[in-house]
Design a protein around this ligand. Structure first.
Ligand code: ADP
Length: 229
């Protein structure tokens, strides 16, 4: 489903954040990527979600080699991946209601009407009632907003879901609810998961396998540790 080969990426040309990293997530597989804060996990997650162009290396997604990132990525590849980030407030348009936020990808692809029922069902599965769906981000908790962000990520039925520290800011019961929603979705659709985080226990419970990033940040050993044979 996702094949990253020799990925080197960063922001400032002199110091790569991710260096020569390779990993594979098979169709339907749940891979956890464990590492301390600041080691480059989010950067890698953004490369895998076609949101950040790597300096070197190849991304293959759903059998295709990726050549364009962000708005240059073809729509069918962009919609094959759903992403949930750590901080829902940075990922949510403050002008939208939660209902509008969940439906956002449908409207962006001209499928608002077609997917209205699915958006409502996902909101319900995420534990968001009608009253909450009318509120805007500043009127809800981080957990409620993250529930909406997860529902939004699942709306277009992605074949790969990337969860980047999705539950790091949340309490135990919201964490359990979001993980359960992801697992229900994966059972139903056979989707793959790349879960990025620092919580060894959570990733161990959640994922089929967990790969450790290594401690040095930007060091070549970590790519060896991560490379799939
Ligand atoms: P993690 O997700 O493991 O915490 P990140 O990928 O967010 O790691 O960050 C890795 C490094 O890249 C950090 O040193 C961080 O400061 C830097 N970094 C992250 N985003 C940016 C950015 N947009 N511009 C410049 N540096 C960044």
């Amino acid at each position: 489903m996702l094949e990253l080969t020799g990925i080197t990426a960063g922001y400032d040309r002199r110091t790569p954040v991710v260096r020569d990293l390779s990993l594979t997530v098979a169709d339907g597989e749940a891979l956890g990527l464990l590492g301390p804060s600041g080691c480059g996990k989010s950067t890698l997650a953004r490369v895998a979600a076609l949101l950040h162009r790597p300096w070197e290396g190849t991304v293959r997604l759903a059998g295709e080699t990726v050549t364009g990132y962000r708005f240059r990525a073809p729509r069918h590849l962009r919609t094959a991946v759903g992403v949930v980030f750590q901080q829902p407030r940075l990922a949510a348009d403050p002008r939208l209601t939660l209902g509008g936020l969940i439906a956002e990808p449908a409207r962006a692809t001209g499928r608002g009407h077609e997917l209205a029922g699915r958006a409502a069902a996902l909101a319900d599965a995420a534990g968001l009632g009608t009253e909450l769906l009318r509120r805007r981000p500043h009127e809800v908790s981080d957990g409620q907003l993250q529930r909406a962000c997860l529902a939004r990520a699942l709306l277009l039925r992605p074949r790969l879901l990337i969860c980047d520290e999705m539950t790091a800011m949340l309490d135990a019961s919201t964490t359990a609810a979001l993980v359960a929603l992801v697992e229900d979705y994966r059972r139903e659709h056979g989707a793959a998961l790349l879960a990025v985080g620092h919580d060894r226990v959570l990733l161990g419970r959640w994922c089929d396998s967990v790969r450790e990033w290594g401690s040095g940040g930007g060091n070549p050993e970590r790519s060896t540790a991560l490379a799939q044979g």
